[in-house]
Design a protein around this ligand. Structure first.
Ligand SMILES: C[S@@+](CC[C@H](N)C(=O)[O-])C[C@H]1O[C@@H](n2cnc3c(N)ncnc32)[C@H](O)[C@@H]1O
Length: 272
């Protein structure tokens, strides 16, 4: 377990900072407030590292959604969605397949409230649930009742930047396979996860920028991350480090250069 260094308490308005909005800011988005920006900018060096990780993670998300669309998947559950801003699942499907449905799930009421405001401009094919993503019944039940998901058709499940926020290893390792067991064949899952190298070198300092003020991140090794795909067949090339093969290539000097293999893992699975 890697706790934050307490840096968050140094910030005025830290209680109001929301990590989804901080990440939106670090990605150049517009859904953030001045105290989110102050929080993000407090340590420019850390912000630079986290920005690079987020850029690679977003790139993988795009790859995963395009893969799922190519498999014929037309309904998505975005677990720990954060805000549906530029480059999100909703943004990608709106461009490539406007008929696709996206259920956003987040446990932070501030994210859900703001997210619903953003979605108000979208069509009826989107939904935002306030729920614990690890509680399958809290996610699938309301989504089916709302007419958003059909269980007999394949569903794409995104767990991007989420499992390393879960403190309980048992919960983190098993919750995605409970989705796998409930969903139709052809359903798919995408995961990103911080690895311990990140923790050793950076997380003590960067955790508040990955998880939020006073929160921790729980990096896990590849072997553990592989267990999250139980019930799914891994899609080639398997669990990989988030490296240039997913990214178009950062134009600026890259703080992760040389360490691509060790900062964050990503993988795609499909239920056959
Ligand atoms: C790093 S942020 C956003 C990640 C987002 N998927 C992306 O790609 O930008 C992670 C989000 O997960 C949410 N979260 C944390 N634990 C959760 C849980 N158990 N269930 C649902 N959401 C959770 C947080 O509130 C936060 O908005």
């Amino acid at each position: 377990m890697y706790t934050s260094s307490g840096r968050a308490t140094d910030y005025h308005d830290a209680d109001m900072v929301c990590i989804a909005r901080v990440h939106d800011y670090l990605r150049g988005g517009e859904h953030n407030f001045s105290f989110d920006r102050r929080y993000a900018d407090a340590d420019p060096e850390l912000a630079h590292v986290v920005r690079a990780i987020l850029r690679r993670e977003r790139s993988f998300l795009g790859h995963a959604v395009r893969f799922m669309l190519n498999q014929g998947i037309r309904q998505f559950i975005d677990l720990g969605s954060g805000l549906p801003a530029k480059g999100s699942v909703l943004d990608i499907t709106a461009q490539l397949c406007p008929d696709a449905r996206v259920v956003h799930v987040d446990a932070d009421p501030a994210v859900v409230e703001y997210g619903r405001l953003i979605l108000a401009e979208q069509n009826e094919r989107t939904h935002f649930l306030l729920a614990d993503a690890t509680r399958l019944d809290h996610v699938l039940g309301p989504s089916i009742v709302a007419g958003m998901l059909e269980l007999h058709r394949p569903i794409g499940v995104l767990a991007i930047g989420l499992p390393h926020l879960l403190s309980s290893s048992a919960r983190a390792l098993s919750f995605l396979s409970s989705y796998g067991a409930a969903l139709a064949r052809g359903s798919a899952v995408a995961v990103t996860h911080l690895v311990p190298w990140f923790a050793d070198r950076l997380t003590t300092a960067a955790a508040p920028l990955m998880a939020g003020p006073g929160k921790s991140v729980y990096p896990r090794r590849r072997r553990k991350v592989a267990l999250m795909f139980d019930g799914f067949d891994m899609v080639e090339p398997g669990i990989i480090s988030l490296s240039r093969q997913w990214a178009s290539g950062p134009p600026a000097p890259d703080p992760l250069a040389g360490n691509e293999d060790t900062a964050m893992l990503a993988g795609l699975g499909i239920k056959s």
